[in-house]
Design a protein around this ligand. Structure first.
Ligand code: NAD
Length: 369
């Protein structure tokens, strides 16, 4: 054994505590195949943290997150806490983790496993084996710019926000995207609205200046309105896409939906140190919580991202993704990814889906020895 890794596990609320155990089992199994032991600590965040400590992000949780190599989170929120004031809701725990860990880069892959191509709203041939990575700036731009507010001017209400980026914020997210492009196909598309917004003209200039350090990456620029069109017209033209906070929020949801189901979508949020918060894109799904119906694959695929981006263990990531693909190719489906024509498919619950992926991972590793 060598080099133990420390991971903080935050199951959270709703289906979080159902989908996280399957992902944790995969994490230990994939690490052991490389003789790495993972030490896990479990913590509280979200509604369960409010119930047990009064705070959606207890100080011990933030301290444990800072001490860990990475954090795996299930989901937060639920109807029980919806009447609380905005700054005391479960979601505040997640926002507190993002700012406390300085997670400025949000990675949202839109990966469509071949066996699920029919689940997309687009024609199968347009999306089969789609593999886009959207890199969204997460801590700046119009969502955080000051001044902001609603006030009375000339006897009417006026609302305003500030779209602001400084050079260093653009450069650091651009570098994350260029480095990811280097590890993938060497293509990067930067999305802006440089024809209208000065702040995104600066975005384009700084991305161009940064490109000089990455001569092996082919960079192109696209206006955001065109990017939205192209994503649904011919999505496979994209590999890595980098953009600001607001455009990234919208485009990553568009790209994600090309893949068919919320239950399949992982995400990562990274700090400059490489530390990351890994979580499924979906929420706590109170409508199916406690019924063994939730799809654990988004959380399992989030663990694959953790291996790739925070733990520098790409083989473990590849093995988990391959095991997921094998299970899907065998027609194993949770309810959310079950096609209307069920022929040849087997419906399973959360626990069995996790067990099947784990079995495939172990079997494939055994065969390759
Ligand atoms: P949701 O993502 O929880 O659910 C939307 C729909 O997708 C539901 O019908 C749900 O059953 C289904 N779904 C979601 N994940 C699934 C999975 N893994 N397998 C199968 N089906 C799945 O979104 P919502 O209903 O808008 O929000 C519910 C709660 O979650 C709210 O309190 C919201 O604030 C919170 N939320 C949390 C996060 C997060 O923790 N990152 C993200 C979004 C929403």
């Amino acid at each position: 054994m060598s080099d133990n890794k420390q991971i903080l596990i935050l199951p959270g609320d709703g289906i979080g505590p159902e989908v996280v155990p399957a992902a944790v089992a995969l994490m230990h199994a994939a690490a052991l195949l490389e003789d790495i032991r993972i030490d896990t600590v479990e913590g509280l965040v979200g509604g369960i943290a409010i119930d047990q400590t009064g705070s959606p992000l207890p100080a011990e949780t933030l301290a444990a997150a800072k001490a860990a190599d990475a954090v795996l989170l299930g989901a937060v929120g639920g109807t029980k806490w919806e009447d609380r004031p905005m700054n005391a809701r479960p979601e505040k725990g997640l926002l507190g983790l993002r700012s406390g860990l300085e997670l400025f880069a949000n990675l949202r892959p839109a990966l469509l496993f071949g066996p699920l191509a029919k689940a997309s709203s687009l024609k199968s041939e347009l999306v089969a084996d789609l593999d886009i990575l959207i890199v969204r700036e997460l801590t700046g731009g119009i969502y955080f710019g000051e001044p902001r507010g609603v006030e009375i001017r000339d006897n009417e209400r006026v609302g305003f926000n500030t779209y602001i980026y400084s050079e260093h914020e653009i450069e650091r997210i651009a570098r994350v995207a260029f480095e990811l492009a280097q590890k993938r196909s060497g293509q990067l598309c930067s999305v802006d609205k440089a024809n209208v917004l000065e702040v995104t003209q600066l975005w384009r200039d700084v991305v161009n200046e940064t490109a000089v350090d990455y001569p092996d990456v082919e960079l192109r620029h696209m206006y955001v309105d065109n990017a939205a069109m192209q994503l649904v017209r011919a999505p496979k033209q994209f590999d890595v896409v980098v953009t600001g906070n607001m455009f990234g929020d919208i485009l990553s949801d568009v790209a994600a939906m090309l893949t068919g189901s919320l239950g399949m979508l992982p995400s990562a949020s990274l700090a400059a140190s490489g530390k990351g918060l890994y979580e499924p894109v979906h929420g706590s799904a109170p409508d199916i919580a406690g019924q063994d119906k939730a799809n654990p694959l988004a959380t399992i695929l989030s663990v694959a991202m953790m291996f790739r981006y925070s733990l520098n263990m790409p083989l473990a990531a590849d093995r988990i993704e391959a095991a997921v693909n094998t299970v899907l190719a065998a027609g194993i489906r949770t309810a959310d990814i079950m096609p209307q024509d069920r022929a040849g498919q087997t419906l399973v619950g959360t626990i069995e889906m996790g067990e099947r992926v784990l079995a495939c991972l172990k079997q494939a590793a055994g065969e390759s020895r």
